[in-house]
Design a protein around this ligand. Structure first.
Ligand code: AMP
Length: 425
């Protein structure tokens, strides 16, 4: 099925062709007709599936035929959890809408509010916003919602994780009741379901990859390594395997800074993004990474949310995330829109319960390897898929069974070893 057969105007088809897209992705095939028809949509889709275009393209098509936007009004409101994602969504709106005469803008916190107020003065057709700043603008009468036709909640699960539920509820109460609602989320927790129950009317439900599973084109495995050896192993891998674009996830801001210093000290050009970095520092780091000026981008989970880099080949989990769902988000940065990717986790013995929670969530045991020169003194105990996720990660007990892992050369990804199932940790 082609984009033309989905019923897009010539102006949109031209922009799609200029973006280099030839065929719609699975989510686009399902979401575009539903959005065009004005129905509510609830889509389980990770970033990397083409989900942004799946709502932006049909919304632009609908907007192009509608009434003119009035001063300070908006017609489509897209809410996102982070400024990075907001910027990227608005860039997509601008790219796909470049042959249409529609206006779009993006607003987020952490920067001056006045320039954002100025842009809203004449009204904008599509506003992409983070929730807190949107409410600030509303309270200052800079934005009016009477003309809102469609609300999009993008990465709704992350908005709830980041504590935006009250802001979202406030915003929902301000919007005209007759409107189209689109909700995109990588995971569907009970909190999301509660939110959708009151929000969506007879939604078209779309699921493009099985719930909570990793994208299929991502090859995932684990290197067992002692905690203190992780920086050296990472540095060794980047240098010896000639990796050019590596996104490295680290749990804490301090951890991210110290890893970046170590890699920098080893002569690897590295940038860092985390919550303590200013917006301009984050944008610079991301731009340098995209342009290939730095080889490694070290990021914390929140800062990395929504990073969109086409065909990012390698994602490294320097440490495992505390929340298993974050693993799925993290590795969603690679193997995007069908390209191949590798997601490698450096796992130390104290992380066994986090590893187990991830394996339970994704429904598979991860292949384990040991890199030459980095054989751990503390082996990661074997895991099995648990029925329920452990509530609180604990340190492994000394009497726990020790993992058997084949020693392989860390410079070559070989077939790997699947830990046997059914062994207790
Ligand atoms: P998203 O899931 O929205 O983050 O999109 C992931 C990436 O896929 C983005 O870089 C898009 O530019 C790209 N993309 C979206 N739709 C298509 C398509 N139909 N064909 C190829 N690439 C696409």
């Amino acid at each position: 099925m082609s984009f033309a057969s989905l019923g897009f105007s010539e102006a949109l088809l031209r922009a799609i062709a200029e973006s280099g897209y030839t065929t719609p992705t699975p989510i686009q095939l399902k979401a575009i007709p539903a959005v065009l028809s004005g129905k509510d949509v609830m889509a389980a889709a990770q970033t990397g599936t083409g989900k942004t275009a799946s709502f932006v393209l049909p919304l632009l098509q609908r907007l192009a035929g509608g009434p003119k936007v009035q001063a300070n009004h908006i017609r489509v409101l897209v809410l996102t959890p982070t400024r990075e994602l907001a910027v990227q969504v608005e860039q997509s709106v601008a790219t796909y809408g470049k042959h249409l005469s529609l206006k779009s803008s993006v607003v987020y916190g952490g920067v001056k509010i006045n320039p954002q107020m100025m842009k809203l003065r004449g009204g904008v057709d599509v506003l992409v916003a983070t929730p807190g700043r949107l409410l600030d603008l509303f309270n200052q009468n800079a934005v009016k919602f009477a003309q809102v036709e469609t609300l999009v909640l993008d990465e709704a699960d992350r908005m709830l994780d980041l504590g935006f539920i009250n802001d979202i509820r406030k915003i929902l109460a301000l919007l005209p009741p007759r409107r189209q609602n689109l909700l995109f989320s990588a995971t569907f927790s009970s909190d999301i379901r509660k939110l959708t129950a009151g929000l969506l009317k007879n939604p078209v439900q779309i699921e493009v990859s099985p719930r909570n599973s990793a994208p299929r084109s991502v090859k995932q495995w684990v290197y067992e390594v002692d905690k203190g050896k992780k920086p050296a192993l990472l540095s060794h891998m980047v240098r010896n395997q000639g990796w050019e674009q590596v996104l490295v996830f680290v749990r804490t801001k301090n951890g991210a800074d110290s890893l970046a210093r170590k890699l920098g000290g080893d002569g690897i050009l590295t940038a860092v993004i985390h919550g303590d970095k200013s917006q301009s520092e984050r944008s610079r780091a991301l731009a340098d990474f995209k342009e290939g000026k730095v080889r490694v981008l070290v990021a914390t989970d929140i800062a990395a949310r929504g990073i969109d880099i086409i065909e990012l080949p390698h994602v490294i989990n320097f440490d495992l995330p505390k929340v298993a769902e974050d693993y799925v988000h993290r590795i969603g940065r690679t193997g995007r829109a069908g390209s191949k990717g590798e997601a490698i986790s450096l796992v130390s013995a104290d992380e066994v319960l986090l590893l187990s929670a991830i394996e339970t969530l994704i429904g598979q045991l991860l292949v384990r390897e040991v890199a030459t020169g980095f054989i751990p003194t503390h082996h990661v105990p074997l895991t099995r898929q648990l029925q329920a996720r452990p509530k609180k990660p604990k340190k492994p007990k000394p009497e726990q069974a020790r993992g058997e892992v084949r020693k392989t050369d860390g410079e070559q990804k070989s077939g790997g070893h699947k830990p046997r199932r059914g062994r207790k940790t």
